[in-house]
Design a protein around this ligand. Structure first.
Ligand code: NAD
Ligand code: MG
Length: 404
């Protein structure tokens, strides 16, 4: 049996750690070739000691120096730095599979490098697809890379589609599909009184009822912008128009998403809310491998509920649907301004209710420019930077207002 060599982009994050948990269960099949991290060097040092990767990527020389101060093992990996280091390792000829688990648009360049190099890509990151969907998918098609969605909803849909429809990447919505039903937990504020939203703290927003995740995606789940990003992600992965994607709140997070066919059949994928299931699906594909996730106990499930989300409660979801219907530039602005707004909210600079305001104003500003043709990744990056700049300025005006 040949060993699959894996590069984990973002190994110290929630998805990165879950990936290593699954990898450690299959030493005869899976080996870690590269690990990358941005901060948390203490955790990275432990991971390097345990998994002995050939390559480690850190953001800069200063972080490498502090990593070396924490790392005291005899195993000596090769060190690479910055975006260049991430791109080189994602395209390294020794790598078979790339787990894309860096949060945010920072994953775009390395995941594109992996696509151009024809790797098997396990895509957890959603922001790259939102910002550069067509460019990224074209690179995947041209180089015959394999793309397996890891985000639980898209992984569920992938599992509910026959191979003839899903592979490699559909050009247009398959006529047998009536719609995709994306489930969402509704996050921590699903039943909160709307009057209390003004005082929501970062700690409350990060306390997700079902999933344990990184801070940014936890806030995105609270606002449901996460589901909005996932609608855009589903649009690209399955060639589905916005009108054929419906979001359903399902507080138990057991049904991870569904495909409804024109004959009335609805296929659902179910399981525990634990990302190791979809990670193991990607690592083992096309075989099934153990993930460490305990089996679902149907007798312990008291009920499975579904309801339509209220756009008054979750305005970010409406913003994402609007952006998808408007243009790619609107999607870039949605994603970039959200990253800025969430970071400012987590720092205590803006209020929870300011998040959709920053996003809306940033999209409006973006649409004043002519952005009809976006053909290069450099253009995507330039628009992303422009949207971040606008979002920062808008956030600043909210900060000043909040502290006046
Ligand atoms: P996280 O914040 O826990 O981890 C992020 C990882 O990226 C860390 O290793 C960090 O060091 C690295 N990183 C952060 N900024 C970076 C930068 N500028 N350059 C290079 N590396 C950087 O995030 P997470 O929850 O693991 O999520 C990762 C991605 O997967 C996100 O795009 C998220 O939307 C997606 N996702 C996560 C989950 C989940 O359950 N956590 C589920 C579905 C999709
Ligand atoms: Mg998801």
């Amino acid at each position: 049996m040949t060993i699959q060599r894996i590069c984990i982009l973002g190994s110290t994050g929630s998805i990165g750690c879950s990936t290593l948990d699954v990898v450690a269960r299959h030493p005869e099949q899976l080996s870690v070739y590269a690990l990358t991290a941005h901060q948390n060097i203490t955790l990275l040092a432990k991971q390097v000691q345990q998994f002995k990767p050939r390559v480690v990527v850190l953001p800069d020389a200063a972080t490498l120096q502090s990593f070396l101060n924490h790392y005291h093992d005899s195993w000596t990996p090769e060190y690479r730095l910055g975006t260049e280091g991430l791109c080189s390792v994602a395209a390294d000829s020794e790598v078979d599979t790339v787990m894309a688990a860096i949060v945010g648009a920072a994953c775009l360049a390395p995941v594109l490098a992996a696509a151009q190099a024809g790797k098997r890509i396990l895509l957890a990151n959603k922001e790259a697809l939102v910002a550069a969907g067509s460019l990224f998918l074209n690179a995947v098609k041209q180089s015959r890379a394999t793309l397996i969605p890891i985000d639980s909803e898209h992984n569920a849909i992938y599992q509910c589609l026959p191979e003839t429809i899903r592979a490699p990447i559909p050009e247009q919505a398959h006529p047998s599909i009536l719609r995709l039903l994306l489930t969402a937990s509704g996050g921590p504020f699903r039943t909160w009184p709307l009057d209390d939203f003004a005082t929501i703290t970062p700690q409350q927003a990060c306390a997700h009822p079902n999933w344990s995740m990184g801070q940014k995606i936890s806030v995105d789940s609270a606002t449901m912008l996460n589901k909005g990003l996932e609608v855009i992600e589903a649009h690209w992965l399955f060639a589905m128009p916005a009108d054929k994607i419906q979001v359903l709140i399902h507080p138990q997070s057991i049904v991870h998403s569904m495909v409804e066919y024109i004959d009335g059949s609805v296929m659902a994928q179910m399981g525990q809310p634990d990302m190791r299931t979809s990670i193991a699906f990607g690592l083992g594909f096309p075989e099934r491998i153990q993930s460490g996730v305990p089996p679902l106990s149907f007798s312990a499930l008291s009920q499975l509920e579904f309801e339509e989300p209220s756009l008054e409660r979750f305005p970010c979801l409406a913003l994402a649907f609007d952006a998808l219907r408007t243009s790619q530039a609107a999607c870039i602005a949605l994603n970039a301004s959200n990253e800025v707004a969430v970071a400012q909210f987590l720092n205590g600079q803006i209020a929870y209710l300011d998040i959709p305001r920053v996003i809306q104003a940033s999209i409006d500003a973006m649409l004043k420019h002519d952005t009809t043709v976006i053909e290069s990744i450099e253009h995507v990056v330039a628009l992303d930077q422009q949207a971040r700049h606008t979002a920062n300025q808008i956030s600043l005006s909210f900060t000043q207002r909040n502290h006046a």
